[in-house]
Design a protein around this ligand. Structure first.
Ligand code: NAD
Ligand code: UD1
Length: 336
């Protein structure tokens, strides 16, 4: 298939481009590089030894989006392009609503105009809010606490209504849990700017000596050891989930959790990282982070049942691959 991948230069997008190319698809990437670099596209080519088409462009630009649909015969769209920093979304709500909602509306408009009936959307477990674990697709969604989460919940509703009105349209809404890790080559991975918000990149940077210690946000949650529990999923498993979703798309809207179904606490992740990489991670317990929930993990059985997909890589592999990229990334940057 010929797949348009928006946001294909980003963290999850690059890994998915690798999986798509390796599965024999052709790939067209549209990315404005607001949170990535063109070099990541070169790395995808290097890993797969295959070519792809890259457009540096904004997917809120209707004319440019239409130019792609009119030039290429597209079989499906995977829509990753979006802004994703929760804290920033509170400070710049309009930027987030505009970017994340308008992009979805423009892409679906041209899908309809050009008869492209396969659409895969990047949603997030954040749409469940503070629900009872494990989170299952049939749950009523609870309010999210920030504009970023709202953009995901709203995009889900927009896509659902479009599919209701257009019986030919097939949409897979993929709710990601916590993507971590990197490609085994160490060439692509997650490289956040500035101080990382998320646990795995922060732990990797403590390992590298960039920070003295990890601050563990609270140890008084009702969890196994009092620290927050999350469902970490290897980004390569997540990428393979997209290929499976595209291959199995049926008419209508289908929501899938992409997680492992396994909860891991902050301290369990620290221990796994130490074991996987033989590096001590010093930490201190500090106050809870506002807006955090105690536990978030998936019931991942629907994706297994309907897509034949299941996450295969364990927490040790996630920690090993995250660290390999962190080390390698430093080398790549310093060698320039
Ligand atoms: P990322 O920032 O690495 O990738 C997003 C890409 O989209 C970037 O390359 C960025 O340059 C591009 N982009 C943003 N706005 C654009 C626009 N208007 N036009 C063209 N390109 C644009 O993020 P990621 O972690 O790879 O996330 C991909 C998607 O998955 C996002 O929609 C994100 O909200 C969603 N998601 C991510 C996580 C996570 O923890 N990483 C969890 C749940 C959902
Ligand atoms: C974050 C996002 C969420 C997104 C999810 C998936 C925020 C506030 N939320 O949430 O919207 O859907 O990622 O990628 O960014 N922790 C520490 N110390 C740290 C960092 C994190 O103890 O320095 C703890 C957190 O309290 C939490 C766990 O580690 O219990 C995971 O945190 P994080 O990686 O930020 O992910 P989420 O909280 O799930």
């Amino acid at each position: 298939m010929n797949i348009l991948v928006t946001g294909g230069a980003g963290y999850i997008g690059t890994h998915t481009c690798v999986a798509l190319l390796e599965a024999g698809n052709s790939v067209i990437v549209a990315d404005n590089l607001c949170n990535s670099t063109a070099e990541s596209i070169e790395k995808v080519k290097q890993i797969t030894n295959k070519e792809l088409t890259f457009y540096q462009m904004d997917v809120t630009d209707a004319e440019k989006v239409e130019a792609i649909f009119s030039k290429h015969k597209i079989d499906g769209v995977i829509h990753f392009a979006g802004l994703k920093a929760v804290g920033e979304s509170v400070v710049k709500p309009l930027t987030y609503y505009y970017n994340n909602i308008i992009s979805t509306m423009i892409l679906t408009k041209y899908c309809q105009k050009y008869g492209v009936n396969r659409f895969v959307f990047s949603s997030s477990a954040t749409v469940y809010g503070d629900n009872t674990v494990p989170f299952i697709e049939t749950m009523d969604l609870l309010p999210t606490t920030n504009p970023y989460g709202e953009t995901k919940a709203m995009s889900e509703r927009i896509l659902t209504d479009i599919a209701k009105a257009n019986p030919e349209f097939s949409v897979a809404i993929l709710r990601y849990f916590n993507p971590v890790g990197a490609h085994e080559s160490g060439l692509i991975g997650e490289a956040p700017n500035g101080i990382p918000n998320n646990l795995m990149p922060y732990v990797s940077q403590v390992a590298k000596g960039k920070f003295e210690k990890l601050r563990v946000f609270g140890n008084d949650y009702p969890t196994i050891d009092g620290t927050g529990v999350r469902d970490y999923i290897h980004v390569l498993d997540l990428a393979e989930g997209h290929v499976a979703a595209l291959d199995h798309l049926k008419n209508g809207v289908h929501v899938y959790n992409l997680g492992t179904g396994q909860g891991t606490s902050v301290l369990e992740l620290v221990k796994a990282f130490e074991e996987a990489n033989g590096i001590d991670i010093p930490y201190e317990i500090v106050e809870r982070r506002p807006g955090d929930i105690a536990s978030c993990y998936a019931d991942a059985s629907k994706a297994n049942r309907e897509l034949g997909w299941t996450a295969r890589r364990d927490i040790i592999a996630m920690c090993r691959d995250a660290w390999r990229f962190e080390k390698n990334y430093k080398d790549l940057v310093e060698s320039k």
